[in-house]
Write a protein that binds this ligand. Structure first.
Ligand SMILES: [Zn+2]
Length: 844
């Protein structure tokens, strides 16, 4: 049903935004110094206002700091309820959780628990600004407001992305003149790169509800589970020419894990929003846009928990006043719509209180039956060489309230052994059944094939952890679910000829960085070897980092002992440079390691999300903070400062001869160039990379619909793209860029159509797409076929330098840490291979 309403203004006692003079709670303007909508409120101003409010009404409002952003802004949550409820808040929470988990029958005396979350995209400012007025009105002495507070506990998060909020607020405020300028070409309305939407690392926080890579999301999810709200209002903005949207969205793009009750309640709440907007004569629409499929979004994550997530989208003034299709759209108008739908949510919550509670209770009860009837009992996970990566996945599951139990005896399934001590079982018979099913899903066929966001997010693939479904529960399991191990003080083992650090562990590169930063001399062994240790001969993997005692400077033992205490990994003692198998430690093949000096090209023209992901991964996985420079500055930079240059996906058409010359001469001098997606095509075009490339346009043209009518346009476009699927690559495990990877199969995230054909010359292909490579998510079969046996990672010499090209993004959304190892290896071992392209002799 589509609603386009142009009705006369009907006044509403509840929604007309009165001000009650009798309250002691200060109005926003008295604290801010301006009326809401006149200026964009900064996060510190928001905090000041909420502190003033809680000081004035401590009986009804409690401000909590639930975490901090990367830039150290407090993440705020205001709890609002009646004085009576506030006094027994913890008791209410416990009783509410008992009903929500199906342990206690629904209780009509309990208030509804309602979450209002604003501004997860920092440049969608009408929500956070409206939230202050929502708070003010709720704390007035009006009887209608008191009735809402009696019947609800409101968890109001005024700004879900404070770092982005302030980036945007400062931009629009600094361009505001005496009178607002509506001209869309005015600088105020055009944010610079990167805009205010993402967080500090340029990540979209509304894709991180499942992945939890950032402190904002970790704090939010902890609160979600602490309270299990019945409604989650998620307030956004969309393009300036759009009106207002509220869910329900497109029915066929709802997550299959969303219960019917959620879909029905979303419809019922919709009538409250419609009424509120009808009364004010506002335009709006429903059911024709917005994907509710990917479970890592703010309106979908609650749905699959039996809550009701509601997405709201207000056309953005993106500034104080902007010309839109039909009229001038003011910031105040945008704020007013968010304010009205905040109250329609609360009004609906009060009136539908019993249904909301019953739905949550029924959902929890049904989950138990679903788990019982499922032919699978759970999932097995195992990893032998990298306990850090396995622990990272288990920690993510734990944050989602998913328990995993250690195997205490070996378990076999389909010929695969899951050894005790390094394997875990995730039973389906637990309250998070739905989320487990979704997080482990390897589905490749779907009801609707038009995806605007990803169609796959299989967590063990992203973490490159071997896993299997199991129809049996292993009999030998730990009593207690997995817990993060307490950090143990590690002492440096005794005197050594050299110390060895094993490369497969996810923490090894970070530790290598810390050692290099402290001035230690390190070397990396390029083949598997065995070595003498105090416990006899032990085997070591290729890529093992060696710290030879004889190479270190004055006082190194003390420095190493103190570093070892801060670092999580154990250094192993080697007693001799003579190895029984493989390279001796003084071999020329055991290469000195240098701390990577990284330049990340980041600025206008570059995909800011992928640049941010490279920034985040370079720091977190490799222990190195890159320099960043805009593409336009490249030709003026002293590139000799850098050992590595990273080129994210982007448009490189602005680069001409000067940039090509600069890159060539830097490569000739020994630089290591990493390129992904569109940067690969650009390098191939400019002959900086020797590769045969097929571009997206060529692949798209292969997918046709001969009898297509105009109405099929969207469906065809959906088939012609890979919005986000997971593919399997086959690695050359002997190649230095694959060191530390646990097995030849590596899941990669794919949302690009670039094809690099397998090279004719040997030794250049680090990873290729397998013959049958689609692991999870949607791809049209015609497209999927094009990737068979093509190259995923190509690495070749260029002068004394190296060019490494990847068709995809190895660190998608930060959580693809498995394939992230390819990037890390390029930083530490990028000079360790030798594979000359035609015309190059490969000599250094
Ligand atoms: Zn948004």
């Amino acid at each position: 049903m589509r609603h386009f309403v142009l009705s006369a203004l009907i006044s509403s006692s509840l929604l007309s935004g009165f001000v009650d003079a009798s309250t002691a709670v200060p109005a926003p303007a008295t604290v801010l110094g301006f009326q809401l909508g006149e200026w964009h409120v900064r996060h510190d101003q928001m905090e000041a206002y909420l502190r003033a409010v809680t000081a004035a009404a401590p009986d009804r409002a409690r401000l909590e700091v639930i975490g901090r952003t990367h830039e150290q802004r407090p993440l705020l949550q205001l709890v609002l309820t009646s004085p009576g409820n506030m006094q027994k808040l913890e008791q209410i929470r416990q009783q509410h959780l008992a009903v929500a988990s199906g342990q206690q029958a629904p209780d009509p005396s309990l208030p509804a628990v309602i979450w209002l979350g604003y501004g997860i995209h920092g440049n969608e400012a009408s929500g956070p600004n409206a939230s202050l007025k929502v708070v003010y009105d709720l704390l007035s002495n009006d009887a209608a407001m008191q009735q809402i507070l009696e019947n609800t506990v409101i968890l109001l998060q005024p700004s879900l992305n404070p770092d982005g909020n302030d980036r945007f607020a400062n931009w629009v405020n600094m361009h505001k003149g005496t009178a607002a300028v509506a001209d869309p070409q005015h600088r105020e309305h055009i944010e610079p790169w990167p805009n205010g939407r993402p967080n500090h690392y340029w990540f979209d926080m509304n894709r991180d509800w499942l992945l939890l890579q950032h402190p904002e999301s970790q704090a939010r999810i902890a609160q979600f589970h602490h309270w299990r709200p019945q409604i989650v209002g998620d307030f956004h903005e969309m393009g300036t020419n759009s009106t207002f949207f509220f869910q329900p969205g497109i029915p066929s793009r709802t997550s299959p894990y969303s219960p019917d009750s959620t879909i029905a309640l979303t419809q019922q709440l919709g009538s409250y929003h419609a009424k509120a907007l009808d009364e004010a004569g506002r335009l709006y629409f429903t059911e024709e846009a917005f994907d509710d499929f990917y479970i890592g979004k703010g309106s979908t994550y609650p749905d699959i928990h039996g809550s009701v997530g509601i997405l709201f989208e207000q056309g953005s003034s993106r500034g104080h006043l902007q010309q839109s299709l039909q009229s001038e759209l003011s910031f105040s108008f945008a704020i007013d719509n968010q304010y009205r739908t905040s109250f329609s949510t609360l009004k609906g919550a009060v009136e539908l209180k019993q249904q909301l509670q019953q739905a949550q209770y029924d959902f929890a009860r049904k989950i138990k039956d679903k788990a019982r009837l499922d032919s699978n009992q759970g999932y097995l996970l195992t990893e032998d060489k990298d306990q850090s990566r396995l622990a990272a996945l288990l920690d993510l599951l734990k944050q989602h309230q998913i328990a995993a139990y250690a195997l205490t005896a070996d378990f076999q399934i389909n010929g695969q052994t899951f050894p005790a001590g390094q394997s875990y079982f995730v039973p389906l018979a637990q309250p998070q059944y739905n989320l487990i099913k979704a997080a482990f899903s390897t589905e490749t066929s779907f009801r609707d094939n038009t995806f605007y966001d990803v169609s796959a997010w299989t967590l063990p693939y992203a973490y490159n952890i071997s896993f299997a479904e199991s129809r049996k529960t292993p009999s030998a399991l730990s009593e207690q679910a997995w817990q993060p191990a307490a950090r143990q003080a590690v002492t440096l083992p005794g005197a050594a000829y050299a110390y060895a650090l094993r490369w497969p562990d996810q923490q090894a590169p970070v530790m290598t960085a810390r050692l290099l930063q402290a001035g230690f001399q390190l070397r990396a062994v390029s083949e598997p070897f065995s070595a003498q240790t105090p416990d006899g001969v032990r085997q070591y993997e290729a890529g093992t980092v060696i710290l030879p005692a004889g190479l270190q400077g004055e006082g190194w033992q003390q420095k190493l002992a103190s570093l070892q205490q801060q670092l999580p990994l154990t250094l192993e003692v080697l007693t001799s440079g003579l190895t029984p198998d493989g390279q001796d430690l003084g071999s020329n093949q055991v290469r000195p390691l240098k701390l990577p000096q990284v330049l990340l090209v980041a600025g206008p023209g570059i995909n800011s999300t992928e640049a941010g992901e490279l920034w985040f991964a370079t720091e977190r996985l490799a222990g190195v903070s890159p320099s960043m420079a805009e593409p336009a500055r490249l030709k003026r930079l002293d590139l000799s400062r850098y050992s590595h240059i990273l080129l994210p996906d982007g448009n490189y058409s602005s680069w001409g001869d000067a940039e090509i010359r600069a890159l060539k001469s830097w490569l000739d001098g020994g630089g290591v160039l990493w390129a992904q997606k569109a940067a690969v095509s650009w390098l191939a075009d400019k002959k900086l990379l020797q590769a045969k490339v097929r571009k997206a346009s060529e692949l798209k043209a292969l997918v046709t619909m001969p009898a297509a009518v105009y109405g099929d346009k969207e469906q065809l476009a959906g088939r012609q793209r890979i919005a986000g699927a997971i593919y399997q690559a086959e690695l050359d495990l002997t190649h230095p860029l694959a060191f530390g990877l646990p097995r030849a199969q590596l899941p990669l995230f794919k949302n690009d159509l670039l094809v690099v054909q397998a090279p004719e010359q040997p030794f250049m292909q680090v990873a290729r797409y397998a013959d049958r490579s689609q692991l999870a998510g949607y791809s049209d079969a015609i497209l999927a076929n094009q990737f068979r046996n093509t190259t995923a990672v190509l690495a070749q010499n260029h002068g004394a330098g190296r060019v490494i090209a990847m068709t995809d993004n190895p660190v998608f959304r930060g959580y693809f840490v498995g394939s992230g190892r390819l990037l890390v290896n390029a930083l530490y071992f990028g000079q360790m291979f030798d594979a000359g392209a035609s015309g190059d002799d490969g000599e250094e």
